[in-house]
Design a protein around this ligand. Structure first.
Ligand SMILES: Nc1ncnc2c1ncn2[C@@H]1O[C@H](COP(=O)(O)OP(=O)(O)OP(=O)(O)O)[C@@H](O)[C@H]1O
Length: 143
């Protein structure tokens, strides 16, 4: 049997139930390379969480520092409200699976993933010291 891809593996981590694992295998078949590249697993004791930076539809984003080299990263946790929601978990997995394969200076690099002691999945990505698009667009008056 071939090794689990990232999407499959995270599906196992997130769900621990057969139907979702099977669903993700099917999703991978359909989208081909969508989950092709594995990200490393990063345990929560490998970084120190800092302050909450922001939140989006699916998750909350914290600033954090890696224990290994003190580099600053962003850690995005799936909202607790979605832990039991299969569609939300799949969207989270899909977003990470696809985005982690894009290598472009304009796209955030995903560095790893894990599962918090409380059971929620998270993804670690490079820290971007920027501002929101709103801060750029509103002063300029145009998009
Ligand atoms: N890599 C990062 N570096 C620095 N800040 C970040 C990073 N990722 C997210 N943030 C901050 O956290 C906020 C929320 O990010 P998030 O990715 O959850 O937003 P979103 O794309 O609107 O969410 P979703 O995809 O869940 O709808 C962002 O608006 C930004 O301020």
């Amino acid at each position: 049997m071939s090794p689990l891809t990232f999407g499959q593996f995270l599906g196992v981590q997130l769900n621990e139930g057969f139907p979702l694992i099977w669903h993700i295998v099917l999703v991978e078949d359909r989208f081909g390379r969508a989950f092709g590249n594995a990200l490393p697993r990063v345990n929560d004791n490998q970084f120190v969480l800092g302050k909450l930076i922001g939140s989006g539809g699916f998750g909350k984003v914290y600033r954090a520092n890696m224990q290994s080299d003190a580099s600053t990263v962003a850690v995005k946790f799936l909202r607790k409200a979605f832990w039991q929601n299969e569609d939300a978990r799949l969207s989270f997995v899909r977003e990470i699976g696809i985005a982690s394969q894009i290598q472009h200076p304009g796209v955030i690099r995903y560095l790893g993933y894990g599962k918090s002691p409380h059971g929620g999945p998270y993804v670690i990505c490079e820290w971007i010291d920027g501002c929101s698009l709103r801060d750029v667009v509103i002063p300029a008056g145009v998009l």
